[in-house]
Design a protein around this ligand. Structure first.
Ligand SMILES: Nc1ncnc2c1ncn2[C@@H]1O[C@H](COP(=O)(O)OP(=O)(O)OP(=O)(O)O)[C@@H](O)[C@H]1O
Ligand SMILES: [Mg+2]
Length: 251
């Protein structure tokens, strides 16, 4: 049985003659937590931009659940269940954590229909569960603008999860986090796995080792290698690709 949920086939993105993606083949199974690594400029962010429709392919094909999404608009891709966390958080600074979560929930029509089925308490329960999952249960009444950097990132992730996307894309979610926050984020991702498919672009190899089963390495707009952390670290082509950028551990 074909369990591939997301498939990129021979995707090319040409920015004024420069191939940011150059024949990228990439696929992810449903419920997988896939890490995408690679040296600066490898095309990781561009790959996420293609999946969520922010950038259009020059050539090639993107399929989600066996249907082509190659020519869909960004909002249409969001509606079929692909959520993207950007590097700059977009939480409402002047609303509390609870209010931010309520807004995210109200944008989710399936949650709204659940409201009619179960009544308001179910929604409140889901909201509390979500807050607990992202370590913000003690901060529900705090203004989002007063959260720490790490907490803001977690709130942003919670807002995304509240919309119940099938596939979640994240670009460097642990950037700027402390060791402890990074570790808690790893635990959070392991909880989200299975219920959602996750594709996480990350530079922190410690974090990648903690969460990833299969790691995909990008270089010059295509996949250079795929495998476990150990396989990747021993791969000669991967080492060569990272030469001059401080090695894979400083990826
Ligand atoms: N809008 C654009 N116009 C022109 N070139 C671009 C554009 N966006 C990205 N690029 C180029 O495409 C290449 C891939 O960029 P991308 O941002 O996808 O890399 P990345 O793997 O995410 O790198 P990093 O690890 O630094 O975030 C880079 O050389 C970049 O300069
Ligand atoms: Mg990037």
């Amino acid at each position: 049985m074909n369990t591939e949920q997301l498939v990129l086939k021979n995707v090319t993105v040409n920015f004024n003659g420069f191939h940011a993606l150059d024949g990228l083949d990439f696929s992810v199974d449903k419920g997988e937590l896939r890490c995408l690594i690679g040296p600066n400029g490898a095309g990781k962010t561009t790959a996420l931009d293609i999946i969520c429709g922010k950038t259009k392919v020059t050539s090639g094909e993107v399929d989600f659940e066996s249907k082509s999404i190659t020519s869909l608009q960004e909002h249409q891709i969001a509606r079929i269940g692909i959520g993207r966390k950007f590097q700059i958080p977009s939480v409402f600074q002047d609303l509390t954590v609870r209010e931010n979560l309520q807004v995210a929930y109200s944008e989710n029509t399936s949650v709204l229909s659940n409201l009619f089925k179960f009544g308001l308490s179910k929604d409140e329960e889901g909201l509390n569960e979500l807050a607990e999952m992202v370590n913000l249960q003690e901060h529900l009444d705090v203004l989002a603008g007063h959260l720490s950097h790490g907490q803001t990132q977690w709130l942003e992730i919670a807002l995304l999860v509240a919309q119940n996307p099938k596939l979640i894309l994240m670009d460097e979610p642990t950037a700027g986090m402390t060791r402890q926050e990074t570790h808690k984020t790893a635990e959070l991702f392991l909880q989200l796995k299975s219920k959602h498919t996750l594709v996480v672009v990350e530079h922190d190899m410690g974090f990648v080792k903690e969460i990833g089963d299969v790691i995909s390495v990008m270089h010059q707009g295509k996949i250079l290698a795929e495998g476990t952390a150990q396989e990747i670290e021993q791969n000669a082509a991967v080492r060569d690709a990272y030469l001059g950028s401080g090695g894979i551990t400083n990826a």
